[in-house]
Design a protein around this ligand. Sequence first.
Ligand SMILES: C[S@@+](CC[C@H](N)C(=O)[O-])C[C@H]1O[C@@H](n2cnc3c(N)ncnc32)[C@H](O)[C@@H]1O
Length: 282
Amino acid sequence: MTIDYSFTRYLAAKKSVDDRALNRAVWKALIRALPPQPRVLEIGAGIGTMAERVLEWGLMDEGTYTAVDVDPANIAQAQQRLASSHLQVELEAIDVFDLVAREQGRRQWDLLIAHAVLDLFDAPTALPQLFSLLRPGGLFYFTLNFDGATILQPTIDPAFDALVETLYHRTMDERITAGKPSGDSQTGRHLFHHLPTAGAEILAAGSSDWVVFGNDGRYPQDEAYFLHFIIHTMHGALNGRTDLDQERFAAWIAQRHAQIETGELVYIAHQLDFVGRREAGE
Ligand SMILES: C[S@@+](CC[C@H](N)C(=O)[O-])C[C@H]1O[C@@H](n2cnc3c(N)ncnc32)[C@H](O)[C@@H]1O
């Protein structure tokens, strides 16, 4: 079995998984708090699936939607997917921290969205910068923040499965990007501390776990691909590590891929959603 791993196809396959996962109470709190004709900024927007969802789920009919992502290939896909949108959509391939430096608080949005993104950053240093993009009293919607549990069923070997999970999470905690710490495998729970510390009020929070399972040996939509990509990512993260028996790990990875082929694999990732406000200031 040879699989062509494409990040943009993974993001497209992830959409139906995310649709099920997003916390509906948090979503409703966002609807209640959103002003009319909002100016929305989404960071790390990938191929634009959250922008599509905002339209499909009727969050807003009017207003503007700015979406940025550091990867030009993602923005190119987003351009195609959102071409027929009736919202005014502005897309840009830019690193969000370069956007912060460029704007210097000049342009401030009513709503900041970061979906499956914040756990890639060092939250204590990133949040104050991200909040400079919001007007005082502006809203944030931070979703799918990973929170320290990767569950794969059926069990292959309890001790080895647990070791793989622990080491996989450690790679998130030890991640360095551009010379700086970037990531936290318990981002979700830590946001209850980091958000108020950065001057924000939490209006609602709740879990948004990914839960992927097969029926009659088949997964919905492109979710088998999504699962293969997740297992491939775990493989890449731990490949070659001396603290893990690599022969055994290769067999474990092969078995997980085989479980996807037969529709047996169940995958659960614990995540949390937040909606809140930047403090209004003086
Ligand atoms: C896990 S993906 C999620 C993408 C999209 N939000 C979704 O859920 O489909 C994380 C995204 O953040 C983008 N990203 C990572 N660091 C970034 C940065 N510093 N500035 C802008 N985008 C960034 C990546 O290119 C990637 O598309």
